[in-house]
Design a protein around this ligand. Structure first.
Ligand SMILES: [Zn+2]
Length: 109
């Protein structure tokens, strides 16, 4: 799965099509994500006593990662993710690492 927590994504299909949001949680095994403001389920809560008010609790439920696309922070477009190998200095050592890049503008994601 290419999408990680804190990525901004756009929904491609379903009732929230076109909505943008930040990834709050990623579940790589299930290939699912929780995205802020997307796939919000409402639960009605009944008051249990006179002091308590009833109401609607809203919470995001997971959606499939295949239903969203990453929004590149640089060019602002929904993009496909590419990969690039770069040399980075990690704790004093040079390391060959794979980074995610925007296929449109080449920015590191
Ligand atoms: Zn870009």
């Amino acid at each position: 799965m290419e999408i990680r927590r804190d990525d901004t994504v756009i929904v491609l299909s379903g009732k929230d099509k076109g909505k943008k949001g930040k990834v709050l949680k990623a579940f790589p095994k299930e290939e699912k994500l929780i995205v802020a403001g997307v796939n919000v389920a409402s639960r009605h809560r009944k008051p249990r006593n006179q002091q308590e008010e009833g109401g609607i609790i809203k919470m995001e439920t997971p959606i499939y990662a295949s239903k969203v696309q990453i929004v590149c922070p640089k060019c602002g477009k929904a993009v496909r993710v590419g990969h690039k190998r770069v040399t980075k200095t990690v704790s004093g050592k040079e390391k060959d690492v794979s980074v995610r890049i925007c296929r449109k503008c080449g920015a590191e994601l």
